[in-house]
Design a protein around this ligand. Structure first.
Ligand code: PEP
Ligand code: MG
Length: 543
């Protein structure tokens, strides 16, 4: 047995075999030219081919909507070329007869096909050589995609071990079989750790050693409360873990008594107790933990698990499903907070020296109106099916709030013109997660219906402590007097203007801080679903 220590990022116990994220260098092995298993290569090729066809279809649809029919036709032609019988036949022959890997076959067939076209007299056919190279490289890209698929087709429970996981990798994991996360990098305030808490899965970050692929399939036990990883645990550890799991179950049982009760202090101060989610699939946990609504729907996660922009219809369906599941309870959708650590290839975000202070969230939305408009329309349309609320992130100025509201009003006007239903009185709020917004909260309060304080970023920007940096984690405290004063100022400014003020950062579930927030008069707290009942219990014990 080997014992590793790390930082506890999400509570809970898990005992399961290890699945380690493949080493990037190892993945380059896929470019080996020959394979001993041609049938498997054929399957890989066909899967990649299907993905590319679907992707080209989405591009055609988007282009038709945004540019025109003629331009969309290019992608439809490419779709046909990917299925061209001669091209496909050449690839399959190279795999089945010459035993090339799917990558080797696509590369070689693409070149031969392009060369053949180039040698023709017809200018039109000559020009098609570029298209063949283009589609071949798209198939190759799918075949060689790094890390995208390694854990999305699981068949048994596993503990995922990695150097680090990006938020987009984490959302793509097949949740049903993920029992826990262990990373040698990362920090407890990173979005990956937050996602683990949202999913109710134990997680340990920043372990003293990387657990590599040589551990694949071997048993591990992890304790997300103490930050301990036991590799190849002995009988004694397994028995302690079993007891802890049982105690955890009993603890949960006891908390069940708080379901259906009001979240109110002994002295009668009522707090709205909401849950944070990343996708509509998190809703069962919201309901089973009896959250009174969703205080933060991190809508960017719907963008992270894909290869291209979601359509308005796809977003609408996801929001509508969430709103309907909540049956009249509030669902606060935060508009896209992409950027910083939440990066997606198809956004083509620039490389930045300092991405946390860079091109992200509302800054992207205001500069790329078509992306923002698609999301706003989807949110508005979903507002006809439940208590949907919209919230803008990373605000630093009045101008931004006014500009975002203007876009929202334009989207409303357009929907009304098209005769599409939405709630015209939908509540509009902003996140207070920059010191700037807290300092001018009195002015901002005149513009919106509510504030939700994002303590994760407010701590990072107020204390100049990178939330991704595990070395500085001890300094990233929402209880720092500077942060508390900004929170108090924001609550007062909100109340003076007659609007409600909530907290949706991780501090909202901190039992040491909750009494302080309640004393400051906070109206709403929003947190991982798994923290809801224990927080209700705590609040009911306060005077
Ligand atoms: C926050 O900053 O506190 C917040 C809730 O947003 P996120 O953690 O997604 O940045
Ligand atoms: Mg934030």
């Amino acid at each position: 047995m080997i014992i590793l220590k790390g930082k506890a990022a999400s509570a809970g116990i898990a005992v399961a075999p290890i699945l380690a994220k493949p080493d990037e260098d190892d993945e380059d092995r896929v470019s080996l030219l020959t394979s001993l298993n041609p049938e498997a290569e054929l399957v890989r090729f066909r899967q990649a081919q299907e993905k590319v066809i679907a992707h080209l279809g989405q591009l055609a649809e988007k282009t038709r909507r945004e540019i025109g029919d003629e331009e969309a036709g290019i992608f439809e032609t490419h779709q046909m070329m990917v299925q061209d019988p001669d091209y496909v036949d050449m690839i399959e022959t190279l795999m089945l007869q010459n035993h090339l890997t799917a990558e080797g076959a696509v590369e070689r067939a693409g070149e031969q096909f392009a060369a053949m076209l180039e040698s023709m007299d017809d200018d039109y056919m000559k020009a098609r050589a570029t298209d063949v190279r283009d589609i071949s490289s798209q198939i190759l890209k799918v075949l060689m995609a790094k890390n995208s698929d390694w854990a999305s087709h699981l068949h048994q429970p596993v503990i995922i071990c990695a150097d680090d996981l990006t938020p987009s990798e984490t959302v793509q994991l097949d949740k049903k079989y993920i029992m826990g996360f262990v990373t040698s990098g990362g920090s407890a305030n990173s979005h990956t750790a937050i996602l683990a808490r949202t999913m109710g899965i134990p997680a340990i970050v920043h372990t003293d050693k990387l657990i590599g692929e040589d551990w694949n399939g071997k048993l591990a036990a992890i304790d997300g409360l103490t930050g301990t990883v036991y590799l190849d645990p002995d009988e004694q550890v397994l028995s302690v873990m079993k007891d802890k799991i049982q105690a955890e179950e009993e603890g949960k049982e006891n908390l069940n008594a708080f379901k259906g009760l009001e979240t109110v202090t002994k002295s009668g101060h009522r707090i709205a107790l909401y849950a944070n989610i990343g996708q509509e699939g998190d809703m069962p946990l919201v309901l089973s933990n009896d959250a009174e609504g969703v205080g933060l729907f991190r809508s960017e996660f719907l963008y992270l698990r894909r290869d291209d922009f979601p359509t308005e219809e796809e977003l609408f369906q996801a929001y509508r499903a969430g709103a309907e599941a909540l049956q009249g309870r509030k669902m606060i959708i935060r508009t896209l907070d992409i950027g910083a650590d939440k990066r997606v290839g198809y956004f083509h975000l620039p490389e930045e020296e300092n991405p946390a202070m860079g091109y992200r969230a509302i800054r992207i939305c205001l500069r790329q109106p078509e992306i923002f408009n698609t999301q706003l329309r989807a949110i508005l349309r979903a507002s006809a099916y439940g208590n949907v609320v919209v919230m803008f992130p990373m605000i630093i100025s009045l101008e931004e709030v006014r500009a975002a509201k203007k876009r929202l009003n334009e989207a409303k006007a357009k929907l009304a013109e098209e005769g599409i239903r939405f709630n015209p009185d939908l509540e509009v709020g902003i996140m207070i997660e920059t010191p700037a917004s807290a300092v001018i909260s009195d002015e901002l309060a005149q513009e919106v219906d509510f504030f939700s304080i994002g303590t994760n970023d407010l701590v990072q920007y107020t204390l100049a402590v990178d939330r991704q940096n595990a070395m500085l984690e001890e300094m990233a405290k929402a209880g720092h007097p500077a942060v508390l004063r900004l929170i108090r100022k924001t609550i007062r400014a909100g109340h003076d203007a007659g609007i409600w003020v909530g907290i949706c950062g991780e501090a909202a579930a901190d039992p040491d801080l909750i009494p302080i927030f309640v004393d400051m008069g906070v109206d709403e707290l929003s947190m991982s679903s798994s923290k809801v009942l224990q927080t209700r219990k705590l609040i009911r014990s306060l005077t």
